[in-house]
Design a protein around this ligand. Sequence first.
Ligand code: AHM
Ligand code: MG
Length: 336
Amino acid sequence: IDNVGGDTDTKTLQRFIISATKDIQLTLLMTSIQMGCKSIARAVRKAGIAGLYGLHGSENVSGDQVKKLDVLSDEIFVNCLKESHCCAVLVSEERDDPIIVEAAKAGKYCVAFDPLDGSSNIDCNVSTGTIFAIYERISASDQSPSVTDILRAGTAIVAAGYCMYGSATDLVLTFGHGVHRFTLDPTLGEFIHTQGPVKLPAKPKHIYSCNEGNYSLWDDAMRAAVDAFKHQDPPYAARYVGSMVSDVHRTLLYGGIFLYPADRKSKIGKLRVLYEGFPMAKIVEDAGGIATTGLFQGKIQRVLDLHPSNVHDRCPIILGTPSDVQRVLDVYAQVI
Ligand code: AHM
Ligand code: MG
């Protein structure tokens, strides 16, 4: 920051991608993903002035049709990925069906993504984010790709990341060999390496993060686990943005626990396996944390071991500092 003009060796995300990927298609794909994130960051920053808030289908002052920010983000990301010529199957939270990329533009990777997560926070200018997970396609290049190329366990993920549109734009990424954080320098238009390898802090802050408004809908074990965090001396602090990207980002950097359990209304949880649970679990594990479903379908399951049968499957998520997550698992162990 001191002497910015004298920086002759800028550690950009692009440079990191080139050295971390040994495969040209993965390099190009990641280049397209970072472009997509920059475009979405720009749209988010301009949303207020451009009249994008919540106005899908309405007209702006110039009489143009205005697209809502999450719809716009989806189009930006899909176009970036398709035109990279590196993708075969795309799954977006915004679309019911997966996109099978036409043969002329198809490549060897598949991407599941939530283009703008944190829908309840978009219109009031609270942080949102993009989440993505990359798989290598399993169908042969002369076969047509299908949804089975992406409906796989989280352990098969090649790379995962998220981009947070907060007071600054942060992109956090893992290729499975460590988590790295990059911050967008708006003067350069590039993400610059700001931290990494990121590890969950050895001395974590005592924070629990969940939508406690659902307390009465949780099972007894979840209530007991959260009660224990609150009623110890000194008690844990409660922090909940309601955007998974922000809540996981804080958990990664400060430590603590994030929980979105199943409840009486959302019987299998709320968060989606392919583009919310898996990428965040991959990042948290690579940073030395734990990501579990808690008690789900009769057993305690590691999130990355799930095998979704539909692209929009959901699961409960409990992740963060190992000792905190273990405390919740210990409560569940008593009721199994
Ligand atoms: P969305 O994909 O519709 O934005 O929903 C996902 C979001 C997550 O970002 C966040 O963790 C969760 O929903 C918050 O849910 P709630 O409002 O029930 O607390
Ligand atoms: Mg979402």
